[in-house]
Design a protein. Structure first.
Length: 666
């Protein structure tokens, strides 16, 4: 999905002075090493055990992106020697592994590994005989067969919450769950890593915990994908996940890399989508599919075969894309409008249909638990845009001609009526954005710009900052210098569209809008990208990029990018690789483009295949690389698992820790 040669999770640095509040994560590393608890595991290729597979116990490295995963198995000197030192000279050379027996099973004893509390751990199975039990040294061995299962986070006492009485079951389904959940941190199956910052590790932890929402590793050898998240709040696209698992199973249960089902998988699941390095095993192929879910869909879909091990699955016509989207519906979610992510990776959603139904604000935790807030505040008339400040307070624009500030625990303090301005007399605010000083900028339809302090004071003196002409300011974003940029859509023939810029003091930088050519005007949404570039999308379904002085820097003959399923973009988010994600209010799914404007999504966007992403209104990216999309028409919120490159959250923290400070991946 993204260019993994670029940027990943942005490191948070100390917030600039002048902020009304600051976020200071605990950077003290956990160094408590504990003896791992014993567990059993079984490796299945489809419905058959894989005998003689090499099982590696690995942990995500946290010293830098692109690093090799850490090996946890120790040389075992007990009465029965199990651990074997890998001397193959390959990528696992020097790691210890344990062989599976004739039934695909193995038992890991406590003395065979240690883990550090907080460490993100997974199993990796390589090779073995996916057919009959071994009859010779290499009889029936498929060197391409590789599977993963996420154990989760090492807890005090060496326990893993995901491991139940059924032990650990590695299969093609567990591999898909692992590949998609940790895609934002994985280069391949043996290189899963983050950097050492607290927020980066938080994103990694959330990603590994998310795997349990897709698959229960202790559910038994016959288990398919989950249909519901662990919390029961989200619907999991089981048929989509099982279909992806069946694609892998066709290769696993074959004679190896040159077989008719392995060769196409490896050659089409490339590290760069349509280019790059071919996968050498099925686990890495799964990770590559998670990174680029719109590539070679028909070819990969056709590898399933007519008889498949994992049901129910997608049959007949190939899906639009290979993304995996969890859909959240809840009585509190009603007309979800905007979405933003806090520092812990939780998604906060404003519900425009309140007070008719639902709650003003819904929180979906990083593990999928849904909580509602603010329902008792009768002053709220219908939330619109939403943003989160550096202290995780939730700000939202409301149809009551006010802006509300709510703590992360749901308290409005003494400001239960919100903050208002005389500038809102004609139109209520539609959108909000935080700047690096903790001030709040609002956008409204046909109204002036209003800036509030973090304490709710109207910094415009009550009249707002004047906008030229009659405009509809639908969206606002800020840059690292504290400037605010507004998307303006023409409301009449006398109006001006494009993008307007205001300095931190409310001085308008341009009297005529940036981007006024027919291809650029009538802007609907804006977002800030690396280097303070401003990305904008308009109602002609064109995407373009401006520098912070308003000069068009997009490529192409017309200076704009198009395609990728763009259909009335309502919101934009930029991920850690600089890729741009657009919520399509006039179509299906969410569109994605690289920082160079190359469409990553197909003609109907991402998410329409496996999640209810229709008529999207808001989009946000979390610290695990999940893309969150609101769909007011269906009153649902979709989480596209591992589709993007992770970012620092909330957005204001990302602005203080500029994209240019991000660690790079090789």
């Amino acid at each position: 999905m993204k260019n993994f040669a670029l940027l990943s999770l942005l490191p948070l640095v100390t917030l600039l002075t002048g902020c009304s509040a600051s976020f200071s994560p605990d950077l003290t590393p956990n160094t408590e090493v504990v003896a791992g608890q014993p567990f059993s595991a079984t490796v299945m290729g489809g419905r058959q055990p894989v005998a003689g597979a090499h099982i590696y116990l690995l942990a995500a490295d946290t010293t830098g992106y692109g690093h090799a995963s850490d090996s946890l198995f120790l040389p075992y000197t007990g009465s029965t020697s199990q651990t074997v030192l890998d001397t193959s000279g390959g990528p696992t050379n020097g790691y210890y592994y344990i062989n599976t027996g004739a039934t695909g099973a193995l038992n890991v004893v406590s003395a065979e590994y240690n883990c550090t509390v907080g460490q993100a751990v997974y199993l990796y199975a390589l090779g073995g005989n996916p057919g009959n039990p071994i009859t010779g040294p290499n009889a029936g061995v498929n060197s391409t067969a590789a599977m993963m299962a996420v154990l989760g986070i090492c807890e005090a006492g060496g326990n893993f919450a995901a491991i139940g009485a059924g032990g650990v079951n590695l299969s093609e389904v567990s591999t898909i769950a692992a590949a998609y959940s940790m895609a934002g941190f994985a280069t391949d199956a043996l290189h899963v890593s983050s950097n050492s910052t607290a927020l980066s590790k938080q994103g990694l932890t959330n990603a590994f915990n998310n795997a349990a929402n897709l698959y229960n590793i202790s559910a038994g050898n016959q288990a398919s994908a989950n249909t519901k998240t662990v919390s029961g709040s989200g619907t999991v696209p089981a048929a989509q996940i099982n279909m992806l698992a069946n694609i892998l199973a066709a290769c696993v249960n074959s004679t190896g890399p040159t077989s008719l089902t392995c060769a196409p998988l490896l050659s089409h699941a490339l590290s760069g989508g349509a280019s790059g390095t071919a996968a050498t095993d099925t686990a890495t192929a799964a990770i590559n599919m998670a990174h680029y879910p719109s590539h070679a869909v028909n070819t990969l879909f056709g590898l399933q075969g007519t008889v498949v091990p994992w049901l129910p699955n997608v049959t007949g016509t190939a899906p639009n894309d290979l993304s995996v989207a969890i859909s959240f519906t809840d009585t509190s979610i009603s007309g979800p409008y905007s979405v933003a992510i806090d520092n812990a990776g939780n998604a906060w959603v404003s519900n425009s249909h309140f007070p008719t139904s639902g709650a003003p604000v819904t929180e979906i935790s990083s593990s999928g638990t849904v909580t509602s807030y603010g329902a008792s505040n009768t002053n709220i008339a219908g939330p619109n845009g939403l943003a989160i400040d550096a202290s995780d307070n939730v700000w939202f624009a409301d149809a009551s001609y006010s802006v509300f500030k709510m703590s992360s625990s749901g308290s409005f303090g003494t400001a239960t009526s919100g903050y208002t301005s005389d500038a809102f007399l004609n139109e209520p605010p539609l959108s909000v954005a935080m700047d690096i000083s903790g001030n709040v900028w609002t956008a409204s339809q046909s109204g002036p710009v209003v800036e509030f302090s973090g304490g709710g004071a109207d910094l415009t003196g009550g009249n707002g900052f004047a906008m030229p002409g009659r405009t509809n300011a639908y969206s606002v974003t800020t840059d690292t210098n504290g400037n605010a940029f507004y998307a303006n859509n023409s409301a009449a023939s006398t109006a001006v569209g494009g993008v307007f810029e205001f300095s931190a003091g409310g001085v308008r930088a341009n009297t005529t809008p940036y981007g006024t050519s027919p291809a650029e005007k009538d802007t609907l949404a804006v977002a800030t990208g690396p280097g303070n570039t401003i990305w904008a999308v308009n109602d002609s379904n064109n995407l373009f990029e401006l520098n912070d002085s308003g000069t068009l820097i997009s490529g192409g003959l017309t200076g704009v990018y198009s395609g990728g399923g763009l259909a009335d973009g309502a919101a934009i988010a930029v991920d850690g690789a600089g890729s741009v994600w657009i919520a399509n209010s006039g179509g299906a799914g969410v569109s994605a483009f690289t920082s160079a404007g190359v469409a990553l999504s197909g003609s109907t966007g991402f998410g329409s295949s496996s999640g209810n992403v229709l008529g999207a209104k808001g989009v946000a990216i979390d610290g695990s690389g999940n893309v969150w999309v609101t769909s007011p028409g269906s009153s649902s919120v979709a989480e596209l698992v591992g589709a993007a490159t992770p970012v620092v959250t909330p957005i204001v923290a990302s602005l203080v820790a500029p994209y240019s400070n991000a660690a790079s991946k090789p």
